[in-house]
Design a protein around this ligand. Structure first.
Ligand code: X15
Length: 303
C-alpha cells in the first residue's frame, strides 16, 4: 500500500522570474515557501507536515491508573520529556504555526514546554475538549495491573485497545465524578455539560473528535500552517486511525509512548504519503512503547 506514494519526487524549482515554467500537469499545485521557493506538489507527494504528540508522562502514568478526564499534572520525568521533545524539534528545524491541545493540563503544559524549548512561545495554542483523552468511564482511577489480576489481561486489553468496546459509564457515586463534571472548564464546551461523555470507546472518541478535525484543524493545515496536536494516547490513536485508514482490528496494535513527537507527511488531500515517523532514538521509543503495553500485565501493587 505504501510503496505507491513513496518514490514520488518533490519538484522544487527556484526561478529568477518567480514563475514555474512547463506546468503542463493540471493537477500540479504551486506554493511559495518563506524563502520564495516555488514548490510543485503532485498527488501522492508530501505537501503538509502534521505533528501529533502524546503529552509527557503524567503522575498517574507512574501509578499505572486510568487517568483519562482526571486532570493529573505532568511528573518530573514528563516535564523533561516535553522539554526534550521541544529541543529535538528545534534541532531538526521545525516551526509551528498553531498548536491544538485538549482541556487537560498535561497536554497544555506539554505544549507550553515544547514551544518554550523551541523559542516559539508566541505560537497560538487552541484548546478543545474534543481532543481530551478517551473517557474511561467507571475505570477511571483504577490500577491496570490490579484490573488484570481481577478480570484477566485479555479483558484489560479489550478495554484499553479495542475499537468499539465502551467501558461501564461513570456515575455520581464514582470518586472522581464531581471533580470532573463540576470543573468550570466543562462549562465552556460547544455541547451542554449533560451531553459530555460518561464513557467512550475509541470509536466514540473519533466521533466527537472528527467534527473538530474537519472544521477547525484541517482548514488551518490546508492554509499551509504547520500544526502540532498535543493530546493523549487515545485521542492521538483515534486521529491516526482516521488519517492512516487503520482497520478496526489493527488499531488494537497501535500503542503510543509519552513525549515522542509523531511526524505525518500528508498529500494535498491529507492522506499519508509515507509511514508515520516517531522522532528520536528508536531503541528508546520501542522500549517506551513496550512499557505502556506492559501496564496491562497482571501484578499485585501491594496497596
Ligand atoms: O489518561 C490516559 O492516557 P494519557 O496518559 O495519554 O492522557 C489513559 O489512562 C491511557 O490509558 P491506556 O494507555 O490504558 O489507554
Amino acid at each position: 500500500m505504501w510503496t505507491f506514494g513513496f518514490g514520488l519526487v518533490r519538484l522544487t524549482r527556484q526561478l529568477k522570474c518567480g514563475r514555474i515554467l512547463n506546468d503542463t500537469n493540471s493537477q500540479q499545485q504551486e506554493r511559495t515557501t518563506d524563502h520564495g521557493t516555488l514548490l510543485l506538489t503532485l498527488p501522492g507527494m508530501s505537501k503538509y507536515k502534521l505533528f501529533l504528540l502524546r503529552h509527557g508522562e503524567g503522575a498517574w502514568n507512574i501509578e499505572n491508573r486510568f487517568c483519562s478526564w482526571v486532570d493529573q499534572k505532568l511528573s518530573e520525568d514528563g516535564v523533561k520529556e516535553a522539554r526534550g521533545c521541544g529541543r529535538l524539534l528545534k534541532e531538526r528545524g521545525y516551526r509551528f504555526d498553531r498548536v491544538f491541545t485538549s482541556l487537560l493540563s498535561r497536554s497544555i503544559h506539554t505544549a507550553w514546554l515544547v514551544l518554550e524549548a523551541m523559542g516559539q512561545e508566541w505560537v497560538p495554542v487552541v484548546k478543545s475538549w474534543r481532543l481530551n483523552e478517551r473517557h474511561y468511564g467507571a475505570l477511571i482511577g483504577l490500577n491496570r495491573a490490579e484490573m488484570a489480576l481481577n478480570h484477566g489481561e485479555a479483558q484489560v486489553k479489550v478495554w484499553r485497545r479495542s475499537y468499539d468496546v465502551t467501558p461501564p459509564p461513570i456515575d455520581e457515586s464514582h470518586p472522581y465524578f464531581l471533580e470532573i463534571y463540576n470543573d468550570r472548564r466543562y462549562s465552556t464546551c460547544d455541547v451542554p455539560k449533560e451531553d459530555l461523555p460518561r464513557s467512550e470507546s475509541l470509536k466514540e472518541v473519533l466521533d466527537r473528535l472528527l467534527p473538530y478535525w474537519e472544521n477547525v484543524v484541517v482548514p488551518e493545515i490546508k492554509k499551509g500552517e504547520t500544526v502540532l496536536i498535543s493530546a493523549h494516547g487515545n485521542s492521538c490513536r483515534a486521529l491516526l486511525k482516521h488519517i492512516e485508514g487503520i482497520s478496526d482490528a489493527d488499531i488494537a496494535g497501535v500503542t503510543l509512548p509519552t513525549g515522542i513527537p509523531i511526524l505525518l507527511e500528508l498529500d494535498e488531500e491529507l492522506r499519508p504519503v509515507k509511514p508515520r515517523q516517531l522522532l528520536g532514538d528508536q531503541e528508546k521509543i520501542q522500549a517506551a512503547i513496550k512499557k505502556v503495553e506492559d501496564q496491562g500485565k497482571a501484578k499485585r501493587t501491594g496497596k
